[in-house]
Design a protein around this ligand. Structure first.
Ligand code: SAM
Length: 214
């Protein structure tokens, strides 16, 4: 997903009513109920890419508020185009690096976190940048409410093994672990495929998934 230089994407984002603009972000912690004008649960996808998953989830679950987070403007632009075609009141977007996630959500403000096909950062010295790393789990620990859950899917087995190994030192526990989601009749029920999931499962790659809590 390398669409970083689409001309005008920053300008489109700056004018989009679907995006919480960067200058507003510092005011967001503790105010998400006001942003959505209701007190429904808040689910976020970090590294949402072009937004297929979160748009479908928001459409299926109007009783839940969704926030899609993406670092790159040119990728976020694709998610905005989906919203232009089909606007959903329960879906907002943030263009930001998830390293700063605790600056936009207050303590316990998020009910569920989704990580889908996160970038693997294969070099050891980049392990801290992996979204399921213990460093990120510590950030999620702050914003996720008590009893909240985090779901992670990937076809990248080394990344998944790393993510599972990070759980204990970070103080999290697995409720569910599968190394072949699509072959598990029960777990796959209601599964919404992401862009990467469609691509890699069609190539025959098994999809790993965990659901974790602390
Ligand atoms: N979740 C989508 C899917 O499954 O189809 C996209 C997967 S893509 C491999 C990973 C996405 O995460 C990219 O769009 C990338 O820009 C975004 N990303 C990676 N690190 C991020 C970070 N620290 N903060 C926000 N987005 C990030």
């Amino acid at each position: 997903m390398r669409l970083r230089n689409i001309t005008g994407s920053r300008e489109v984002i700056a004018e989009s009513r679907f995006v919480i603009q960067e200058e507003i972000q510092p005011q967001c912690p503790g105010t998400w109920k006001e942003i959505f004008r209701n007190d429904r649960p808040i689910h976020i996808e970090i590294g949402m890419g072009k937004g297929k998953f979160i748009h479908a989830m928001a459409k299926q679950n109007p009783h839940i508020n969704y926030v899609g987070i993406e670092k790159y403007s040119s990728v976020l632009l694709r998610a905005l185009q989906k919203m232009e075609l089909e606007e959903l009141p329960n879906l907002k977007f943030l263009r930001m690096d998830a390293e700063d996630i605790t600056k936009v959500f207050g303590a316990g403000e998020v009910d569920r976190i989704y990580l889908n096909f996160s970038d693997p950062w294969p070099k050891d010295r980049h392990a801290k940048r992996r979204l399921p790393s213990r460093e990120f789990l510590a950030r999620y620990n702050i914003i996720l409410k008590k009893g909240g859950k985090l779901e992670f899917k990937t076809d990248n087995r080394p990344l998944f093994d790393f993510a599972v190994e990070e759980l204990e030192p970070a103080g999290w526990k697995a409720e569910v672990i599968t190394y072949d989601l699509h072959a598990d009749e029960k777990l796959v029920e209601g599964n919404v495929m992401t862009e990467y999931e469609e691509k890699f499962s069609s190539m025959g790659n098994p999809i790993c998934k965990y659901i974790i809590y602390r």
